[in-house]
Each structure stands twice: as structure tokens, then as C-alpha cells.
Design a protein around this ligand. Structure first.
Ligand code: ZN
Length: 643
């Protein structure tokens, strides 16, 4: 009952959308089959979108009907005759002159194409002059037979497929009910009858159902891109193993003009569970920026897709993509390493113009995340050899791995980004321990914990939460109180260890700084699941804080000599510092250590970042990149469920 309503509705919508006229044009159309309704004898044909030049409206989904008279032939391509039971009517084509003579003499011959017609009963006349022979055929025995014997003029003649470039098709009639059991590409023939497109005959090719290999517990990710996305396909898929079901568009997504026509086809039946998309990354550019090149004048001509059209096409794609409800990622176009003056000419620097144009489009859609793959290529020495070539592709495993991992990181970030389904603000409790009872002295400066609970509850917490807001994570103070430091044996020695600790001690065996600090902290005061942040007067030369990766435990000093590199007596840290960061503050140090607790590590110093990062690297600041946000939120969720 339900399916019939759906079918009638889509039929109605189709007829409104196309004003009756287009349905007739479906004769000879190829597309994919969805929503098979055997009761009402119809299915949805999803095809390349055709746009009405007057309205610029496109349609790609049509409801088409079959009758009891419709012939359905399944066509499969095989490499040998295994599993075929003879005798079966088979046509051999592509017979060269020598074989034409052999056929006449009933001698063994070769063919380039064989078409097995299971269920056929009438033999067409043999026509070797036109390189075609048809007859009852029985394949040879064996595991993978490439030939057999065919009956010609009542004589059994040996035939085999050529060794190179041969094709073998198996054609088999199918009942309409079988359409529901499979995933098919079809070419339909028929005509419009009473406003409906009625199929007279159709050929169907089995496709691999992308859902078949999915882990139903994981989100579904679609990457739409050109051959660059083929280069990093396996690496990205591997990097997302256990995280997401990774899919790519069929073939090469090429330029935006191909994209707007094929996008619906690539998206498939996303309205159905199991066919839905959670994240879609899309890119076009390297095919849009192709140019003509005139060798005589050594000049590049027009772009394959002019910049304004490129922008319009991207807008068109975004409209279609947004219907899926998936989180969207725009992937920037990787560079052209050097001028390529071949058939598909590309100019070094052209990608900058296209990425700028794309950025202008994406700025209108702030919910679309950006995977800046161009920057990944520009900023890593892994691509140094690639930079010397004229080929835009990435063939080296290390290059593919780096790109694949960048794609995986941005997919993770998208999955962690709040959406209608997951807009949860994550609130994590902090317990502050303001230690008291240890005075430390460095270069004549006596130091104690001078920060108060009010400082923490007021400006420090506000600044920590400002820094973490992009991750939609906030911290709430569970408790902030003064706690006496422990006085174990050799208390003075422990304090001395901290006062005299030098930068780098941590990496050396026998280091005693963190061990000494640990012995001073009262474990009874630890909150079992909140983030425990201990404030000490000082934690060693040029150190400001440390934490446990993925843990809930951090220690910070409220005096620092970092800015004199330990040359001068320590000074009180700033509680907070107005942005942009110059020297740092206690709040930033705590926010940074909480980052370690949430699973974040220091970025590679070589990583080029235009803005200062909370986790450090070449530029210090406050920014959290999407991959860090994803990791932090994942870790935060684990912390929250641990209670
Ligand atoms: Zn750190």
C-alpha cells in the first residue's frame, strides 16, 4: 500500500515537473534503477540531469512503468564461459579474414566478441562475411574455458575467444520481480502511453551495490572528485577504517559542468536508509582550469570553464548537495606544479584563481567546512620532488598517504561538527587545586600560588571557554579550593628538584621534576572524572604546564621565566591576555593543557600555519583546527560517559 502511494506521487511530481513532454524523450535513456514497485509495475529511473535552457531547472528522477509484455534482459560481462551449460545459442562476432575462411571449411576459428543468449530458441543465420556466426554452442570443460564448439551446418566447429581484447557477454531474460533483488544500471526503450513512460524492452547491467560492503553501524562518506581523489582513495579509505564507510563517485568527477549533470546520479538514492550520506566532500578544479595553448605564440588561452561559470556551477551543486542533509566539505584544488603545455594545458598558478573563486562561494555557506588540501601540498617537503614535475597527479605512496590522511582528518572533523542531530554543547567539569604551603625560590624570587579561586571562576574560566568555543566545548568549575601541599620525606629536596629543573630534563632518564611534583600532590583530592588542574608556584625553568595525553590531570605554574628563557628571575603569569597572543597567559596555558587531556598533541613545527595555534607549533595562539576539534570532542565524549 505504502509503496504504491510513493509511486503515484513521484509519477505525479514527474508529470508536473516535465509538463508531459520530456517523458517521451526517455527512449534510449541509460540510468540507475531505484524504488522498484512490483505491485504497480514501476521504478524510479535516476539519470544524468538535463537542464531546461529557459528555466535552468533540471530533472534526473523519473518514474517509468513496465507491463507483462516488457522484455528484460540482464547483460553481464565475463572473462570466460565458466558456469555456462551448453548447448546455448551464442553469437560470435569480430572474426578476421583467416577465421572467415576457417568457418567455411569447418575448421577451428577465433572471434573477438561472444554473446551467450540464455533462453533463446531461434538461431539467426550465420553470416561469416559480416564477421558474425550464431549457433548452438557448448563451452569446453575446465575451470575457465575461453572456447568450445559451435554447430554450423550440422557440423561441430571449434571456436575460441582471441587472447587479447576479447569480450564475452551473457544475456539472460529476467522476470520483473527480479528487479527488486539487485542493483542495476539500465537502458530503456519504449514510449509515452497516457502520460506514463511505458518500457517495451530494457537491458540491465548488475552494479556492485555500494551498501553491500558497508558496516551499518558506521556513517557513510562520499568523496566527489577527479583523478586526484583516485590517487588518495585507498589511503583515505584506510585512514577512515572503523570510522566511516568510504565511497567515491563513479568515474572521474571532472569539471563543474560535468558535476552539475552527474551529481544526482553520484548521490544515488540518498533518501533511503543505507543510501543516505553523513558527510560529502566535493571538489572540482583541475578540469575547469584546463586551458588551450598556442605553441606558435607560447600563450595560454581560455579556461575550460570560465571562473564566473565555475562559481555558478558550484552554487548549483551546493543546492543539490544540501538536499541530502549531509555535512559538506569543500576540498580546495591541489596546485599545478609547473606549466603543462600539452593537449590538456594547465598553467602554474591557475589553481590559486579557482580556489579564490571557490572560497568566495563557500563564504556564502559558512556551514560548509573546508579541507585545504592545496595548503597540505604547498606546506610539506614530501611534495618537493612532485613540485619539479608538470604532472598534477600524486603517484608516490607517501604523497597519497599524506593527502588521504588530510581527507580523513577533515571527515572526522565534519563528523564531530554539531549538526541538527548532534548539536550538543559538551560541558566538562574542572576541579582546580590551588596548592599552598610550598614556597619556591629561583634567582632570589620567592614564589607562592598567588591566584585566587575568584580569579579562576571569573576571568580565567571565561578566557578558557572563549578559546574552546569553536569546538562547542565549555568547562564548568566543579570546585576551586586551596589545598595544602603534602610534606613527604625529603620535602626540601623535592622543592629543590623543581626549582633547579632545566628545560629538557623531562626527556632525560632519571629526571625528577614531574616525579617530585607528583609526590607533593594529595591524591585524595583528585576528582575521579573531572579535569583536575593543579596550580603550583613554579614547575621548572621555562616550563608553564604539563598534562597527560587523553587523561584528566594537568599541572601549571603561576610564575614563569619562559620569556627570559630562564635568564632572569620568574615573573607572575598574566591571568588572561587580550588577543592576539604576545606572551601568553595562565588561561591559555590551562586551555592548552586541557587540549592535551582531550587527546591533542603539539603540531609539527614544520607545519605552516597562517594563524597561531592553541597547541603550539611554529605559531602560538588560540586556534583549534577542524581535526583537533574532532579529536577533542571524541575524547570529551568518552570522558563524559566514564562517570
Ligand atoms: Zn603542550
Amino acid at each position: 500500500m505504502r509503496s504504491s502511494i510513493i509511486c503515484l506521487l513521484t509519477a505525479l511530481l514527474a508529470s508536473i515537473g516535465i509538463h508531459g513532454a520530456n517523458a517521451a524523450n526517455l527512449n534510449g535513456t541509460t540510468g540507475n534503477i531505484f524504488k522498484v514497485d512490483t505491485k504497480n509495475q514501476c521504478f524510479e529511473l535516476l539519470k544524468e540531469t538535463e537542464y531546461d535552457p529557459k528555466t535552468d531547472m533540471g530533472q534526473s528522477r523519473f518514474t517509468v512503468y513496465w507491463s507483462d509484455k516488457t522484455s528484460i534482459i540482464k547483460v553481464e560481462e565475463k572473462t570466460n564461459f565458466a558456469g555456462i551449460k551448453g548447448p546455448v545459442i551464442t553469437q560470435f562476432q569480430g572474426i578476421d579474414a583467416a577465421s572467415v575462411k576457417a568457418v567455411k571449411d569447418h575448421k577451428p576459428f577465433e572471434a573477438r566478441v561472444a554473446t551467450v543468449q540464455i533462453g533463446a530458441t531461434a538461431v539467426a543465420a550465420a553470416d561469416p562475411q559480416n564477421q558474425r556466426v550464431e549457433g548452438w554452442f557448448t563451452p569446453d570443460a575446465g575451470e575457465a574455458p575461453r572456447g568450445g564448439s559451435i554447430k554450423i551446418d550440422d557440423k561441430e566447429v571449434k571456436v575460441s575467444l582471441r587472447k587479447a581484447n576479447a569480450r564475452l557477454y551473457i544475456r539472460q531474460p529476467l522476470r520483473p520481480a527480479d528487479l527488486a533483488n539487485g542493483f542495476w544500471k539500465t537502458t530503456i526503450k519504449g514510449a509515452e502511453v497516457n502520460g506514463k513512460f511505458l518500457i517495451e524492452s530494457m537491458e540491465i547491467l548488475p552494479l556492485e551495490d555500494p551498501r553491500a560492503s558497508d558496516d551499518p553501524a558506521l556513517p557513510r562518506v562520499l568523496v566527489i572528485g577527479d583523478s586526484i581523489s583516485m590517487n588518495y582513495h585507498e589511503a583515505a579509505k584506510a585512514a577512515l577504517k572503523g570510522v566511516a564507510n568510504y565511497h567515491r563517485n563513479e568515474g572521474n568527477a571532472a569539471a563543474t559542468k560535468e558535476g552539475v549533470r552527474n551529481l544526482e546520479l553520484w548521490l544515488g538514492n540518498y533518501q533511503e536508509k543505507g543510501g543516505h550520506w553523513d558527510v560529502i566532500q566535493f571538489n572540482h578544479g583541475l578540469h575547469d582550469l584546463k586551458q588551450t595553448y598556442d605553441a606558435a605564440t607560447d600563450t595560454f588561452g581560455a579556461y575550460n570553464v570560465p571562473l564566473e561559470e565555475y562559481k555558478r556551477n558550484l552554487e548549483k551543486e551546493i543546492v543539490i548537495l544540501k538536499k541530502t542533509g549531509a555535512k559538506l566539505i569543500w576540498c580546495s584544488t591541489t596546485p599545478v606544479p609547473n606549466h603543462n603545455k600539452g593537449t590538456y594545458a594547465r598553467r602554474k598558478g591557475a589553481s590559486l584563481e579557482f580556489n579564490q573563486a571557490a572560497r568566495e562561494v563557500m563564504q556564502k555557506h559558512p556551514e560548509i567546512l573546508i579541507n585545504d588540501l592545496a595548503n597540505v601540498v604547498d606546506s610539506s617537503p614530501i611534495f618537493d620532488n612532485w613540485r619539479k614535475t608538470v604532472d598534477v597527479h600524486f603517484y608516490q605512496a607517501a604523497e597519497q598517504k599524506m593527502l588521504g590522511e588530510a581527507v580523513a582528518a577533515s571527515v572526522r572533523a565534519a563528523l564531530a561538527t554539531p549538526s541538527a542531530a548532534d548539536d550538543a554543547l559538551l560541558t566538562l567539569p574542572i576541579r582546580f587545586h590551588l596548592t599552598q604551603g610550598a614556597t619556591m625560590t629561583v634567582k632570589g624570587q620567592a614564589m607562592e600560588v598567588w591566584v585566587t579561586a575568584e580569579d579562576l571562576k571569573g576571568p580565567v574560566l571565561a578566557e578558557i571557554n572563549r578559546i574552546w568555543k569553536p569546538a562547542n566545548i565549555q568547562f564548568a568549575i566543579e570546585r576551586a579550593q586551596v589545598e595544602p601541599i603534602l610534606k613527604p620525606d625529603q620535602f626540601e629536596k623535592l622543592i629543590k628538584n623543581i626549582e633547579t629543573a632545566k628545560r629538557g630534563d623531562e626527556e632525560q632518564r632519571g629526571s625528577t621534576r614531574t616525579d617530585s611534583i607528583g609526590k607533593l600532590l594529595d591524591k585524595k583530592e583528585l576528582h575521579p572524572s573531572a579535569h583536575n588542574v593543579y596550580l603550583l608556584p613554579f614547575i621548572g625553568a621555562t616550563y608553564q604546564g604539563y598534562a597527560q595525553l587523553g587523561g584528566t590531570h594537568a599541572v601549571v605554574g603561576v610564575w614563569t621565566d619562559k620569556f627570559s628563557r630562564g635568564e632572569k628571575p620568574p615573573v607572575k603569569t598574566l591571568l588572561v591576555e587580550p588577543s592576539p597572543m604576545k606572551v601568553g597567559s595562565l588561561a591559555r596555558t590551562i586551555a592548552h593543557e586541557l587540549g592535551h587531556n582531550l587527546g591533542l598533541v603539539h603540531p609539527d613545527k614544520a607545519e605552516r600555519s597562517p594563524v597561531g595555534r592553541l597547541m603550539g607549533g611554529r605559531n602560538q595562539g588560540y586556534e583549534l583546527i577542524p581535526a583537533e576539534i574532532a579529536t577533542a570532542r571524541e575524547t570529551a565524549k568518552k570522558h563524559l560517559t566514564k562517570k
